[in-house]
Design a protein around this ligand. Sequence first.
Ligand SMILES: NC(=O)c1ccc[n+]([C@@H]2O[C@H](COP(=O)([O-])OP(=O)(O)OC[C@H]3O[C@@H](n4cnc5c(N)ncnc54)[C@H](OP(=O)(O)O)[C@@H]3O)[C@@H](O)[C@H]2O)c1
Length: 183
Amino acid sequence: MFGGLTALHFLRDTVTVRPGDTVLVNGASGAIGTNAVQLAKNAGATVTAVTSTANLDLARRLRADRVVDYTVTPPLTLTDRFDIVLDAVGNISPRRGVTLLSERGTLLLAVADLSETLSLRRRVKSGSGAERAVDVEHLVELLATGRLESVIDSTYPLAQAVRAHERVDSGRKVGNVILNPGD
Ligand SMILES: NC(=O)c1ccc[n+]([C@@H]2O[C@H](COP(=O)([O-])OP(=O)(O)OC[C@H]3O[C@@H](n4cnc5c(N)ncnc54)[C@H](OP(=O)(O)O)[C@@H]3O)[C@@H](O)[C@H]2O)c1
């Protein structure tokens, strides 16, 4: 659920995606990215999703208008300019990321170190969202009505919490890892 809450925090509360906006999601196959692509599409944006080759089809299934394979085309080499760039990987620096922005664009950093956080500029924003029940209810409503798909990488029983964390820490999970306390 944190991926959806974080995507909401950035795309609804930090900026508000509007119909016709162009949005680039870097790391579109992660927990934040899979939610961000769909929430931006729901808001009427044109979405470009950056993934590895293996995850391009997933991004298409999540309704991305355009997919970019970072092993072929690193996002910083794109000549397009975007109204919103959401980096959910942590490999787009504020200095280089702003070059991807349109005149009114905003760079959103889901991953930012202390020096980046302290040096944030007007067009670059970071932070983390609150975990509010009303937002969880909103996401559940989107899931229940088919406007949001939850992408599940793997499910582990509580006894295998260490393995679940290892999978998360791999940086390769696709969507969400579930830890099931009932198992
Ligand atoms: N600011 C906040 O509030 C907040 C909240 C939660 C998490 N975070 C942070 O946000 C980051 C993202 O978390 P997450 O759970 O969504 O995903 P994640 O586990 O960090 O990302 C996994 C995905 O990233 C893709 N990926 C890896 N390298 C990439 C690259 N160079 N370009 C594009 N995609 C790449 C992987 O696909 P491939 O294997 O195909 O490359 C994999 O599907 C984490 O660092 C997390 O700590 C921030």
